[in-house]
Design a protein around this ligand. Sequence first.
Ligand code: ADP
Length: 481
Amino acid sequence: MFQRLFLTYLLLVGAVVGLVGAALYQRAEDLFYESVHEVAAVVVVVFIVAGVAAYVLARRFTRPLHALTEGARRIAAGDFDYQIRSQGARELAALADAFNAMSRRLAETFDLLEHDREQLRAILSGMVEGVIAIDEHRRIVFANDRAGELLGFNVKAVVHQALDEMLLQPGLLEIIHKGLSANGPYRQELEWKGPPPRNLGVYVSRFPGHGMPGAVIVLHDTTELRQAERLRQDFVANVSHELKTPLAVIKSSVETLVDGAAEEPESRQLFLQQIVREADRLEELIKDLLTLARIEGGHLRLEPQAIPLDRAISECLERHHPRAENKTLTLVEKPPKDGPADVAVWADADALQQILDNLVDNAIKYTPNGGRITVRWSVAEETVSFEVEDTGVGIPAADLPRVFERFYRVDKARSRAVGGTGLGLAIVKHLVQAMKGQVRVSSSVGKGTTFRVTLPRAHPLAAQAVSGTVANERPPEPSVV
Ligand code: ADP
């Protein structure tokens, strides 16, 4: 451009000089030849001056255009903030201003887009659902962290990879393929054996458009939901079964009495005793169920306070003394060897009583006649522990981790025979945990079982007041289980 302008100027100047020379030659040929040297010198000077002027003019005209070209190049390379100096002719300066305004607008728009993109990325990353976006060739364009966690891949490494090669979970690809060929959004649940086993809700939704545009796949981990459903179903089945058995016995006993057994005093006594026993079992079961429902529903208010543990244990053993005596069992109370016996535990009074009663009751139920039940306690800096040890039937190692589950019984027949509901230890576990404690069990089949409960120790100030009335020195912090 610059060269062309420069040459055009020179040509114009040459043409003007040529025309002037030709006119001079026609008018005064003699004069022309006489002054040819001066004319030549003038022509050379004119050419030099015209050349310099042409150069300056051509540069002045093309410089703003160069600046515009450079600006366009920088913007195309992503430098949206680049501004051009407004220079040259008025029209060129106006063009530069318009260009600058356009680049400013572009910079703002791109900033906004980037901000939106970051926001979207942050939302997708924070989602509890796994999200995978694929393009029309089924290549992964995006996967959030949760998707990587659920499907066990590195989210950065899978971008641009074929979906079919990245998803190795059996069944998952089939669901996605079905979703991609469906007309609308598609959902199916996948039960994946693992490891770890998982239930996944898979949603496939194609982007609108013709042909085979991309799609978004959302993975929802429903493992806990399904597990809770299964537990609820098991619970309902267990409760129905537990209620049915004593009711069936009561019904058949009453029918037998109605059919004539009531006339014979011996039979009448037998059946009536059976009815009372089964009614008691029903009552126990319903009581335990209500307690569990209150605990699990969050309606049980616990009011922890300083409770003298030795007194709580003595009172519990006293309550169970007649039953132990019936079975010729020895009840032993063992205070700590090296430490104060009158330690205070930070617990809810009713909950502590229920825990002790359940553990001592179990020890009595599962210890054959002539056995021994020992309750000992100890104290540490921050905690208080007590153990209920028996010389009973024991629990096989394989059953130990499950004894705290609702309705779990090692020996169903034995538990029923001794009037167990299968809920006692579940209630113990919930109550102990609600009071920020721990319960553990160790056992040896045929030798005996020991349950150990650890609870927070009451504040020393509270403990001092323990010998009198029960103190409540800590700020009361009722906890709802
Ligand atoms: P249950 O009302 O049947 O006793 P629990 O929840 O109290 O229900 O206990 C669950 C199961 O754990 C019992 O059925 C029994 O098999 C076992 N178990 C609990 N305590 C003892 C113990 N002291 N000795 C032996 N087995 C026990």
